[in-house]
Design a protein around this ligand. Structure first.
Ligand code: PGA
Length: 264
């Protein structure tokens, strides 16, 4: 595990973009696992800027998004389909046929649909690079606390905390989604490389539990301790509750000297 501590959100976004852009350049047919939420917005802005500058080509890339709210059609402004289009896909040359986001409008055969999503990831050779944010309760994707660490894509009831976090985005309380379709923790752990981004003091407790706490289904992100190639890119505020900050800086320095390819 690598823990990269940056000064602020802008630096987190730039570092994440540097890594994602490097991965896309070295494998034009890359399969990206993408995330929504406020955290990856800066990353998407940086990637769009690189694309506009002629430095980044997505024409052969494929993507799978982590999750989607159940009940929201793609045109709903709070849907993750809408978010991805608005904040990323409409600004870059990602072929729309290569974009996969769970369909929030299905109303039956959930297990079958989710198994197909898993099958589609497999058919594309698996996810090369998975981007993650983290919830205040330690969730990744919508794998709420007590999610099985072996879980696959499935329908998941959202926790009260997540519903509260989302409430401000909806004008009408009855519209706030209570369920989502999400990749599972097992799905995420199958990706070849994971980048988790976090910014702000509100994430400090979850980040510390994920990195330094026991592996527990009570903190889904702690499962990443079992992944062989995971990088946390976090700002000083999100790193606030970590007890081993000096050690992480030392590891990073040594990585820069001995295995710089791990940082590219
Ligand atoms: P945020 O959400 O990036 O909007 O903080 C992260 C998450 O809940 O996974």
């Amino acid at each position: 595990m690598l823990v990269v501590i940056k000064k602020d959100y802008e630096e987190v976004s730039r570092e994440a973009a540097r890594i994602v852009a490097g991965a896309v350049r070295s494998n034009s047919q890359i399969v990206l696992g993408l995330a929504t939420g406020s955290t990856p917005l800066g990353l998407y802005k940086e990637l769009i800027a690189l694309h506009r500058a002629g430095d980044l080509d997505f024409s052969q890339a494929t993507s799978f998004n982590l999750d989607e709210y159940l009940g929201l059609p793609a045109f709903h402004p709070q849907s993750f389909h809408f978010f991805m289009k608005q904040n990323f896909f409409s600004h870059v040359n990602f072929p729309s046929g290569n974009v996969h986001i769970p369909d929030g409008t299905i109303s039956r055969n959930y297990d079958e649909y989710c198994a197909q999503y898993e099958q589609s990831i497999k058919a594309h050779g698996g996810i090369d690079l998975q981007i993650l944010g983290i919830g205040r309760n330690g969730h990744v994707g919508f794998n709420e606390p007590t999610s099985s660490l072996a879980s696959r894509t499935r329908l998941k009831a959202l926790s009260r905390e997540t519903v509260e976090d989302n409430r401000h985005s909806f004008s009408n309380d009855s519209e706030v989604p209570k369920c989502a379709i999400t990749m599972g923790i097992g799905t995420i752990l199958d990706s070849r490389r994971v980048l988790l981004l976090a910014s702000g003091r509100s994430k400090a407790a979850a980040v510390a539990k994920a990195i330094e706490g026991p592996i527990t289904s009570s903190v889904s992100a702690s499962a990443l301790q079992m992944h062989a190639d995971v990088t946390f890119i976090i700002d000083e505020d999100a790193a606030y509750s970590l007890t081993q900050r000096d050690y992480y800086r030392h590891v990073l320095e040594m990585t820069q000297i001995f295995t710089p390819e791990r940082l590219s």
